[in-house]
Design a protein around this ligand. Structure first.
Ligand code: DGJ
Length: 383
């Protein structure tokens, strides 16, 4: 091979390296550029995935999954970064560590996903909820876990993990609905996705199957209403159906009041927020780490009735792999937060081969004249 070939190859590799080192999520004018690595103040890509932002005082805290470069189980735990300008984030380390105790619910090698942190004004503690899968059991445990701390940067103490609402029926099911659910039998359905199977799912077949052991909880988020009541929103029943549950006053458990939402709708990655008197819920479909079309739901009360609407995403991610709106621009939502008076949709662009390198998307949420949210693509934007 010629010297020219090697020279050219070296030049292209150097330019690639240069491009990687210089293109980051932050422009010099402070604009946020979507679709680029986002370095923390040490220059390392922010490793806080499936996360959320919590504002406390004049500081923002970004919590998320500390993903390994290879594989998807947890060595470290949940990370926290802090910032006062939403652009420059300082790594404050792991705020909830996995445990080295054999048999612990959070034993190193477990899976912790989608951590969300709430500030509890009554107990004056920070409470973290997250999706927990026990070590060595894949995604079958399907639990929600609780941890708490006096400080926003931790260390958080693990409190408990559990399934939800054992022997408790949803608040939005009538006696007739409960009777119909009790006549279903999940064990007899070997073939999924048939119209008959779907009808049984809508009746609450998996709710009834798990009535004794408690309901499954995988992808999840939290939401605090204006009166301080907090809610947990989760993908349950084999990811087929969502549950919205009221949290106890200390946010460390459930009151037992909950509803079932969109049975059989296969909704994941829930993000719930309130704009004026409307509650909005944006979810993804269920396609593992691959992007899919988002869905949106609207209600006047957190307890419903909820109406399904089309995806709020519009346009094409022109500056980023031309990903269309019907693929959520290549990302999956994790949280909608109100930052400096503006709603922002936070999402992960999953890189399943190297989860730690998954990118972050932040897009402003707009509202039309009727108050319905829409989220156009933005290559870059300023707060
Ligand atoms: C999609 C979920 O939204 C993620 O949080 C993660 O659980 C992956 N599935 C695992 O495949």
């Amino acid at each position: 091979m010629s010297t020219r070939f090697f020279t050219l190859t070296r030049i292209s590799l150097l330019s690639l390296l240069w491009a990687v080192l210089t293109s980051t999520a932050l422009a010099q004018d402070g604009a946020l550029i979507n679709g680029q690595p986002w370095p923390d103040t040490n220059g390392r890509h922010i490793n806080a995935h499936g996360g959320c932002i919590l504002q406390h005082g004049d500081t923002y805290y970004w919590y998320g999954e500390q993903r390994p470069d290879r594989g998807f189980t947890m060595d470290g735990g949940i990370t926290v970064y802090k910032s006062t300008d939403l652009r420059h984030w300082t790594d404050c380390g792991i705020c909830l560590h996995t445990s080295s105790d054999e048999g612990s619910d959070i034993e190193r090698g477990c899976i912790m996903e989608r951590p969300k942190v709430l500030w509890n004004e009554r107990t004056r503690r920070f409470v973290m909820l997250f999706h927990l899968e026990l070590k060595g059991r894949g995604y079958e445990a399907a639990r929600v876990a609780f941890a708490e701390s006096e400080s926003p940067t931790g260390p958080f103490r693990f409190v408990r993990s559990k399934r939800l609402h054992a022997q408790t029926w949803p608040f939005n099911m009538s006696d007739a609905d409960i009777l119909a659910a009790k006549q279903t039998n999940a064990a007899q359905w070997h073939e999924w996705w048939t119209p008959e199977w779907r009808k049984e799912v809508e009746k609450g077949m998996y709710l009834w199957r798990d009535m004794e052991s408690g309901q499954m909880s995988r992808d999840m988020t939290v939401f605090t209403d204006t009166d301080g009541t907090a809610y947990h929103i989760t993908s349950s029943q084999e990811n087929l159906t969502l549950l919205i549950s009221e949290l106890s006053a200390d946010y460390l458990d459930f009151t037992g009041k909950y509803i079932m939402l969109a049975p059989g709708g296969l909704n994941e990655a829930p993000c719930l927020f309130r704009h004026a008197d409307d509650y909005w819920l944006i979810c993804s479909g269920c396609t593992g780490w691959a992007p899919n079309e988002a869905r949106m739901f609207k209600a006047k009360s957190i307890w419903g009735p909820w109406t399904q609407l089309p995806s709020p995403f519009q346009g094409t991610a022109s500056g980023y792999r031309d990903m269309p709106a019907d693929k959520t621009f290549g990302a999956q939502g994790t949280f909608v937060c109100q930052l400096e008076g503006r709603f922002v949709f936070m999402a992960d662009v999953w890189n399943p081969r190297h989860l730690a390198r998954s990118l972050h998307f932040w897009l402003p949420v707009h509202f039309d004249n009727e108050g319905t949210p829409f989220i156009p693509w933005a290559d870059n934007w300023k707060q």
